[in-house]
Design a protein around this ligand. Structure first.
Ligand SMILES: *Cc1c(COP(=O)(O)O)cnc(C)c1O
Length: 237
């Protein structure tokens, strides 16, 4: 956990990264395993979009951050079906929608809660056994059904390249994502609007921006290293 003494450092990192970002890119500060003190520091430095991967952790933090009214919360970790009601209550954006079944359930629950969360569809451009998400052929096959969902607002794609790629390979994954998003956007849909590309993390965000990312999700470069245990062994809780 970050301690108070790191607060100026967080503000500095945020300011220097923001200087390099095009206006079209929304910076989401990823605060899984990051203390509420550090979240407050980021808020003071101007951040309004925060990304979390776990429902329980977010619930605890939100209870301590009630006085920061302008936060938009983004869920970026795998969402289990039984946690859909909580996810809808806690998050305005859900980037990690990874199956038609989950999208349909979100739509039903959102309607019952009179909520209209923004959603990104998580896509795997390359095979990756460690990641959830649609393959491209699967996604294309599900679009007609996804377009029936009128309560959730499907607004983009979320992409995480597999670990261990070269910069060229990573850029290529991001560019393919861009091509697919453009393709889908240009078709005529009733509800689907694939305008956003949520891609780019600490290690690869300049490449993602080069390829047209509209939302980048940065943790480590803003807050420093997370404890290895929680962040790498249980990323999907
Ligand atoms: C943890 C996480 C991030 C942030 O990763 P960093 O490398 O620390 O910037 C972004 N996106 C997702 C989906 C994550 O789980």
């Amino acid at each position: 956990m970050t301690d108070v003494s790191e607060t100026p450092l967080i503000a500095q990192r945020i300011a220097s990264i923001r200087q390099t970002l095009p206006m079209s890119v929304r910076l989401i500060a990823v605060t899984k395993n990051v203390s509420v003190t550090a979240i407050r520091a980021a808020y003071t430095a101007g951040i309004r979009d925060f990304g979390e991967s776990r429902i329980q952790e977010t619930e605890e933090k939100q209870a301590q951050l009630h006085d920061l009214p302008e936060i938009t919360w983004h869920l970026i970790g795998h969402l289990q079906s039984n946690k859909v009601p909580k996810a809808i209550a806690q998050f305005q954006w859900i980037h990690s929608v990874d199956s038609l079944k989950l999208a349909q359930r979100l739509d039903r629950v959102a309607e019952s809660l009179s909520s209209a969360p923004h959603v990104c569809l998580q896509v795997k451009l390359l095979p990756d056994p460690n990641k959830y998400g649609w393959t491209v052929p699967e996604l294309l096959a599900d679009l007609v059904d996804l377009d029936q969902l009128s309560q959730i607002r499907i607004r983009g794609l979320m992409v995480i390249p597999p670990a261990g790629l070269s910069a060229d390979q990573t850029l290529s994954v991001f560019q393919q994502a861009r091509v697919i998003a453009d393709q889908i956007r240009c078709q005529s849909w009733k509800h689907l609007k694939i305008q956003e590309l949520s891609m780019g993390m600490s290690g690869d965000y300049p490449l993602a921006i080069q390829a047209g990312a509209t939302m980048i999700r940065l943790g480590t470069v803003l807050f420093g290293d997370r404890p290895v245990l929680e962040s790498h062994l249980q990323p999907n809780g």
